[in-house]
Design a protein around this ligand. Sequence first.
Ligand code: 13P
Length: 346
Amino acid sequence: MTVYAQELKAIAQSMVTRGKGLLAIDESNGTCNNRFEKLGIPTTEENRRAYRELLLTTPNLANYISGLILFDETIRQTTKEGKPFAQVIANLGMIPGIKVDTGAKDLAGHQGEKVTEGLDNLRDRIAEYYKMGARFAKWRAVITIGNKIPSDACMLANAHALARYAVLCQEGGLVPIVEPEVLIDGEHTLEQSFEVTDQTLHSVFNQLHTQGIEYDQMVLKPSMVIAGQESSHQSSIDAVAEATVKCLLKNVPATVTGIAFLSGGQSNEQASAHLNLMNERFYDQCPWPITFSYGRAIQQPALDYWQGDSNRVAEAQKRLLHRAKCNSLASLGKYNPDVERELGYG
Ligand code: 13P
């Protein structure tokens, strides 16, 4: 137990409040620039700032979004009027969070596999982010399915780093989002995805336990159990919902505050449909709330529309709000494809 225990419990619960989820806008500069380049948007610091301002000042966003995950550059930025983003988010009734890992790097001795870095000076960085207003953090580990991978070495190294990060966060007053992402890239089947996700979660919770995590002060951000994007056997919505919940029930302690999925390259509609079915069919069987912490599956229509043009901000914000609302409904098991059309953007 840390001095922050009560505060951390309350924040973690607010992050997964029923009907709300998280919005990830924590792309590193490299990833953000790649997405801009694809649309011909100039990759300047000012454009990254303007885009994040558009996202986080979307009117009524707090109806569906409990918190936003920022990147280091972003938490140091301000609105055009000079108000720090973290303060703006808090004033709008949402919780500011921060990505604290420094990226997935090649794992030595293990071709094709990655290990996430960022533990150096993490205690000091957490203290700085806390002062800036952040109240939760994120660390993403990446597990790739392929020929003879993932290796035990990759799973163990990533799980260990996640656990070290998570306990440091709790010591410093930030709720850790623990994100082990099993990538959707590849030709693997849903069954292979199940097996790897099962091993990954097992390893992560083993390490969290060993390092002394408080489960009721953390949020798990897993990927869904789903066939690889290049697999010839694409999964049905039912199969994904069923396999994912089964895998979570097998591995995630009941006292974990909540589960908030990443979208991981699923289409916007798929990400909503999968989340919806899990809540519609399995809500009563799950000890934790199941919601979203999506990046692309909420942002993409807004980014596509904006194109770096200040005259397109209001309409881009409507598109963002629409996806936030669809996923809020999905977290309640109340989403269906008609909602997409009713809201006018389907
Ligand atoms: P996606 O939903 O785009 O996968 O992003 C979520 C995230 O935060 C990845 O770390």
